[in-house]
Write a protein of this length. Structure first.
Length: 421
């Protein structure tokens, strides 16, 4: 169905989840039911002066209701349920005549997560003062002719990834290739650093399984940039190890402004056992090519965001080798963070669940090596995210170089191509 921007008038064209439509008397119900094929069926609304529009990449509002000329309620609606509560929003707002506007974000029975930020064209993102009351988050805007973009986090969308990949195309040892496509045919890109065919060990970096997790994406960029810096240690590292970085695994989810899932409503970080989705299948196919060519996946880092900074690890007694590899890395990281007086606490949470389809578990169980879910807090200082990621990369590089090739993995080479279902 083609989606066209439409204007709606006071208390009209409200878009709500089906459960909320019960008892709702607006004549637009029929139209709502016809167009509500997803949470984000409409893409604009207004009151005759103010225009609110979310028809852009990562733009998302579930429903829009002007309760007065100066107050609007925006309903945040997930792509499907059940879902981890991460109410994402992004919209543009402007007005013919300058006016004040109180914006209330309503998340139903859920809890607001992402704090509002604003950007004018060509300017930096700034945080907005807000107040949270139970299931609503409220802030005030002065709306003018100049378009303001409001979002739950800085918008890191396809352009940003393209520019980031572009800067590595000059490096003859780096290739950027499409390893597959999402279910809506968006490219899934991988950046690969391959020193020589004799280099058999691979470090894997994965990002953006979950669309709104922008602080994890910021950490990934800083981490990979640091790995590829021309330092003496990195040169030794990059002579021995291959790097495969897949920075944007869920381009559909990012583009649609999803809270967590891909275009099929599936949490990709629960699909590393079933491999029911083309996105996880694409990565698995690339891993199989690597292992069939005699390569060994020796470590993997998967970048995410959550409420607080935390590193989810595989337990040291899980059987992955070297047994204490992740623990040692994070202990050193904590010491260096403290020595440099960076305000950041390294929290390690080991855990295992062989049935949950999480990436780190798949890596440990399939390749016999450690992997980590590297979670940055939603509100962690952006400069600290970068500093920590750079330190983490430097320490990991040193530790991988100090580890004998034979020390990685508890699985024999022949067992490493687990069947893709
Ligand atoms: Zn996540």
């Amino acid at each position: 169905m083609q989606i066209l921007p439409t204007r709606c008038h006071l208390r009209q064209k409200v878009r709500l989840p089906i459960s909320r439509l019960i008892g709702y008397t607006c004549l637009n119900i029929l139209f709502s039911l016809i167009t509500l094929h997803g949470a984000h069926a409409e893409s604009a609304c207004g009151n005759g002066n103010v225009n609110i529009n979310w028809q852009f990449e990562a733009g998302a509002i579930g429903g829009c209701e002007f309760v007065s000329e100066q107050a609007v309620v925006l309903h945040l609606v997930p792509e499907n349920i059940p879902i981890n509560s991460s109410p994402w929003y992004a919209f543009d707002v402007s007005a013919k005549q300058t006016q004040a506007l109180q914006v209330t974000l309503s998340v139903g029975e859920r809890k607001p997560r992402y704090l509002p930020k604003v950007r004018m064209a060509g300017a930096q993102w700034q945080t907005l003062p807000y107040e949270i009351n139970a299931n609503t988050l409220r802030f005030n805007l002065l709306v003018t002719e100049q378009v303001q973009t409001i979002a739950g986090q800085e918008l890191l969308v396809s352009d940003h990834y393209q520019q980031w990949l572009e800067k590595y195309k000059e490096n003859p040892q780096i290739t950027v290739e499409e390893i597959g496509q999402s279910s809506e045919q968006r490219a899934i890109f991988a950046l690969q650093h391959q020193p020589a065919s004799s280099a058999k060990e691979w470090l894997i970096v994965l990002g953006r399984q979950h669309p709104p997790e922008v602080t994890g994406a910021m950490a990934l960029f800083a981490f990979v940039d640091q790995l590829l810096e021309q330092t003496a240690q990195n040169q030794r590292f990059l002579q021995r190890f291959n790097v495969l970085a897949i920075p944007l695994l869920n381009p559909d989810g990012v583009s649609k402004g999803n809270w967590r899932h891909n275009a099929n409503g599936i949490d990709l970080n629960r699909d590393w056992k079933a491999f029911s989705q083309v996105e996880t299948q694409a990565v698995k196919r690339r891993f199989d090519e690597i292992t069939k060519a005699g390569g060994n996946i020796v470590y993997a880092v998967d970048f995410h965001s959550t409420w607080h900074d935390v590193f989810y690890t595989m337990p040291s007694d899980h059987g992955a080798q070297p047994a204490h590899f992740t623990e040692a890395w994070l202990d050193t990281l904590a010491k260096q963070i403290s020595a440099q007086q960076i305000e950041f606490k390294v929290v390690q949470k080991p855990g295992t669940n062989q049935d949950n389809g999480v990436f780190k578990q798949f890596i440990a169980d399939t390749y016999g090596v450690h992997a980590i879910t590297y979670e940055m807090g939603d509100n962690t200082d952006r400069q600290v995210i970068k500093q920590v990621a750079e330190l983490a990369a430097d320490i990991l590089v040193g530790q991988m170089l100090a580890t004998e090739a034979t020390a990685f993995s508890s699985v024999s080479t022949n067992d490493k191509s687990a069947p893709t279902q």
